[in-house]
Structures are given as structure tokens and as C-alpha cells.
Design a protein around this ligand. Structure first.
Ligand SMILES: O=C(O)CCC(=O)C(=O)O
Length: 277
């Protein structure tokens, strides 16, 4: 369960930190599954439906930067996404009717781990309200030198920041970002961060010799319905499932205007989109 202080921090700052959410055995078991999932893939020959490689490596390089939708495809990740301990925390933030939305693993490998530019998650998938949370699990110790998450606290109540240039969605905030207000959220392997979908966040390249693998799961309230912005909405909905309570038939609309993330071309991930920008 989240403590009263953690819930208050989430509401005030747009994120909260939960040290030791996973035991070290659980983190190690997830890491060992990740090794098996990634094994045998190279830049030249890999399963594009399951993962994405770091682009700056030779064709036979085996460095993966993202695993897509682990909670759909792999048992241990699926079990975590429906674990009582996790759903109880999400329920404390979003209420009792909950949809699982999507999952991913950002590998941030040593020395080359790709940068994630400042962005707000909701800009990618407009919903009828803001009740959507990302839960980030550090599977390695994460520090500012291996690219831990950075957040700007307290911005989640303000209107969405601009992510568009020349009419097209860039996947990153395109107006100047006041990074002096940014915080590094450092934490040990097994820690979890509960982050509001409107919280601006980023992470730097991994310049260290240590990996920073992070598993990210997203949930939303069952009355947060997607706004259709094109085929990308269908892709974003492909992994949605009810995990708590019941399906709702009435959309709760607390957002009256929303910029449509119009894509210039289809991209595989946030990384590709931000690199193109
Ligand atoms: O991996 C990170 O540091 C942040 C990831 C993120 O914001 C994302 O993948 O949307």
C-alpha cells in the first residue's frame, strides 16, 4: 500500500517514490527473463515486433534499447501487472475500476543508452480525463550517471505543454523547458515510481559503465476513454485489459480541449519519434 504521505506527494508533485517495492529476488528474476528475451537479437536481425535495438552499433551488435509490451507477452511480467500489491497502490491513486494500458522495458545500456527528451505521457495518447499513471520499476540501481528518471514536480495540474512543431507531433516538449526545476529520482533496484500522466519527465544518455533497465507499466481509470486521433490510437489500445473492478460505459470528460498528436509518419517508439524531431 502507498502511505498517506506518498499519496499526498503524488497529488502535490505528480509522482511518488516507493523504495523496495520489488524484492531483490523478484528484480533478479525479471532481469533474467529480460536476458532470455533479448538473446540472439542483433541490429541486423532482430524481432521487430518484440523489441528495438540501439541504432549506434555495428550490424552484429546485440544491444537492445526497448522491449515492447512485456506484460502482454511474458508470464512473469503479466503476473506483476495483476499483482495484488501493485493494483492496491494503483487503486489508491485512480479508484477501483482499473484498466491496464501498456508496458515496456527501457534498457538504457551502459555507455550508449539513448536519451529520453522531456515529455508528458498524455500528449502521446489523449484520454477523456487525467486519471492515468505510469509505474516505473528500476531493475538496476539508478543514478544521475546511468540515466535515472528526471521529473519536474508540480506541473501535472497545468495545461499540457506544447509537443508540436510545424503542425506535427514531435514526441517531446517543443517550448523551452525550465530544467532548473527538474529533479533526479535516484533509487535502488526494486524501487517503484508512480508518475502522473501529465508530469514532465526525461532521462539522459547512460554515460556510466552500468546498465539502467527500467520496466514501465501504465494504468488508467476505466472511465478514461481514448480520444481517436488515427490508427495510432488503435495501436495504443491493443494491450488494454480490465484488471480491477468493472468496465464502465460512461466516459468521464474533464479535459475540454486536447491538441491532436498528428504524426508525420509512423514510428516504432518514442525514441524514433524524438530522434526524428
Ligand atoms: O526510461 C526512461 O528514463 C523514461 C521513459 C519514458 O519516459 C518513456 O518511455 O515514455
Amino acid at each position: 500500500m502507498l502511505t498517506t504521505e506518498q499519496i499526498a506527494q503524488y497529488q502535490r508533485d505528480g509522482y511518488t517514490f516507493f523504495p523496495g517495492f520489488l524484492s531483490s529476488e523478484e528484480a533478479v528474476a525479471l532481469l533474467s527473463d529480460i536476458e532470455s528475451i533479448c538473446a540472439g537479437n542483433t541490429l541486423a536481425k532482430h524481432d521487430k515486433s518484440r523489441l528495438e535495438m540501439e541504432p549506434s552499433q555495428p550490424p552484429d551488435g546485440a544491444t537492445v534499447r526497448r522491449v515492447y509490451e512485456p506484460c502482454t507477452y511474458y508470464l512473469r511480467f503479466h503476473a506483476l501487472s495483476e499483482s495484488e500489491q501493485l493494483l492496491r497502490c494503483v487503486e489508491q491513486l485512480l479508484g477501483s475500476n482499473l484498466l491496464f494500458h501498456y508496458s515496456k522495458i527501457n534498457m538504457k545500456p551502459p555507455a550508449i543508452g539513448s536519451v529520453v527528451e522531456w515529455h508528458q505521457d498524455l500528449a502521446y495518447y489523449p484520454l477523456t480525463n487525467h486519471d492515468s499513471v505510469a509505474v516505473l520499476f528500476y531493475l538496476d540501481d539508478a543514478t544521475s550517471s546511468n540515466g535515472c528518471l528526471q521529473v519536474i514536480p508540480g506541473c501535472h495540474r497545468a495545461p499540457l505543454l506544447n509537443h508540436t512543431r510545424d503542425g506535427f507531433f514531435q514526441g517531446r516538449i517543443t517550448d523551452p523547458v525550465d530544467t532548473s526545476r527538474g529533479l533526479y529520482v535516484e533509487g535502488r533496484a526494486g524501487s517503484a515510481i508512480f508518475m502522473h500522466c501529465m508530469t514532465p519527465h526525461a532521462s539522459t544518455t547512460n554515460t556510466s559503465s552500468l546498465p539502467r533497465r527500467t520496466l514501465i507499466l501504465s494504468y488508467r481509470a476505466a472511465d478514461a476513454f481514448p480520444i481517436y486521433v488515427g490508427p495510432v490510437t488503435l495501436d495504443a489500445e491493443a494491450h488494454v485489459r480490465l484488471v480491477r473492478g468493472r468496465q464502465l460505459n460512461v466516459a468521464r470528460c474533464s479535459i475540454t480541449e486536447f491538441p491532436i498528436p498528428k504524426q508525420q509518419r509512423k514510428t516504432a517508439s518514442l525514441y524514433e519519434l524524438q530522434e526524428m524531431s
